[in-house]
Design a binder for this molecule. Structure first.
Ligand code: MRU
Length: 358
């Protein structure tokens, strides 16, 4: 299946070329495909904050390249470059709070710095680490896609109706996607009749990004408002909800795009299976439960305005952009280390003690 998956890999959001980070501006999709070039860590932090690049693995990968760019600037400036680079680490870490992949990637870069040997080429070492983070995310996507398909097939080998939320596709990762990776692979294996994509208010990752990715690849996708999910589960024979994750705790609680929690509640009510797909860089064993996950709140204008034009009455708006789905509402967490069904603390600890499968 790996070869077929690689052949289907068409969309990219991140490119490291000639020492510059290139990002596909996701704010403009699907109407415009504009690439932007970044040469400093501070600019990369701004791109993450402003959602030029978004999705947990993608922001981790971008932050890793940001450290390379920061180091290059700091080394060129001379003086105590290590101390100066700390400012870049701070800027990158301060860009968005919920997806732990960002902090995981920064830790990896910091550890690489700590392992530098006397006389070693700093930039070459950091660049290799960032490229390694990018490449291993791509590999993890492929492994998860295959594991997710096996899980779907275990319950039914017939073409099915699936539902997804937000965008956990190629645009959100270093490769093929997490939740959308499983959905793409399931399509290639004849297991998908149609995919319902929640539009994902307020930023419309589903309408703008997921629908675009699936249309580009010929997967039958139907867009729905977020509030239609329960109705679709009840009337359209949805068998699986498949989503990505921004942070998973030691107990198996999952932070993902706002609205994921209510999908899980509704899925349980309707007997629809609920699958979370995420690389182990999304698992934060330092947090026991979902209550400890910092939830990003963005500007209320994302709700009050559409396309910069005010549409709401003159009211205050609350805009938490992630929520936490408790482990007991989740049927399976699919990672590149393996699958955890009915997650709990013991199973998560066992998963994290395993090696990566590739
Ligand atoms: O605010 P975003 O667009 O960065 O949120 C993205 C999500 O919530 C995704 O579902 C999650 O990062 C998984 S991406 C593989």
């Amino acid at each position: 299946m790996r070869e077929r998956l690689l052949a289907a890999e068409k969309i990219k959001a991140i490119e490291w070329r000639d020492g510059t980070l290139h990002l596909l501006d996701q704010r403009l999709l699907p109407l415009e495909e504009t690439w932007r070039a970044y040469d400093s860590a501070v600019e990369v932090a701004g791109a993450i904050r402003d959602m030029v690049v978004r999705g947990a693995p993608a922001i981790g990968i971008s932050a890793a390249y940001g450290v390379v760019l920061g180091a290059r600037q700091r080394l060129a400036a001379g003086g105590d470059w290590r101390a100066a680079l700390e400012e870049d680490f701070r800027a990158l870490a301060g860009s968005r709070p919920t997806a732990v992949n960002l902090f995981w990637a920064l830790d990896r870069m910091r550890e690489r710095l700590a392992r530098l040997k006397e006389g070693e080429d700093v930039l070459a070492a950091l660049e290799a680490e960032a490229v390694g983070i990018h490449e291993s995310d791509r590999e993890a996507n492929l492994t998860m896609a295959q594991l997710g398909v096996e899980l779907i097939r275990k319950h039914s080998g017939n073409p099915q109706a699936l539902l997804t939320h937000c965008n956990a596709g190629a645009l959100a990762t270093g490769g093929f996607g997490t939740a959308l990776g499983v959905i793409r692979a399931a399509w290639l294996e004849g297991l998908v009749e149609r995919v319902y994509a929640d539009e994902t208010r307020p930023w419309l990752q589903g309408a703008r990004l997921t629908a675009w990715e699936l249309v580009e690849e010929g997967v039958p996708v139907i867009l729905n408002v977020d509030g239609a999910a329960a109705h679709l589960m009840k009337t359209k024979g949805v068998s699986w909800v498949i989503v990505g994750a921004d942070r998973i705790t030691a107990d198996g609680d999952v932070a993902n795009k706002i609205g994921t929690y209510q999908l899980a509640v509704v899925a349980m009510h309707h007997g629809v299976r609920f699958m979370v797909v995420a690389p182990s860089s999304t698992i934060d064993m330092s947090l026991q439960s979902g209550e400890e996950i910092p939830i990003e709140e963005r500007d209320g204008r994302e709700l009050l305005e559409i396309g910069g034009k005010r549409v709401a009455a003159s009211v205050e708006a609350v805009n938490p952009v992630f929520d936490v789905t408790p482990a007991d509402l989740i049927d399976a967490i699919v990672t590149e280390r393996g699958v955890v069904e009915r997650p709990n603390a013991a199973k998560m600890a066992e998963l994290m003690s395993r090696k990566r499968l590739h």
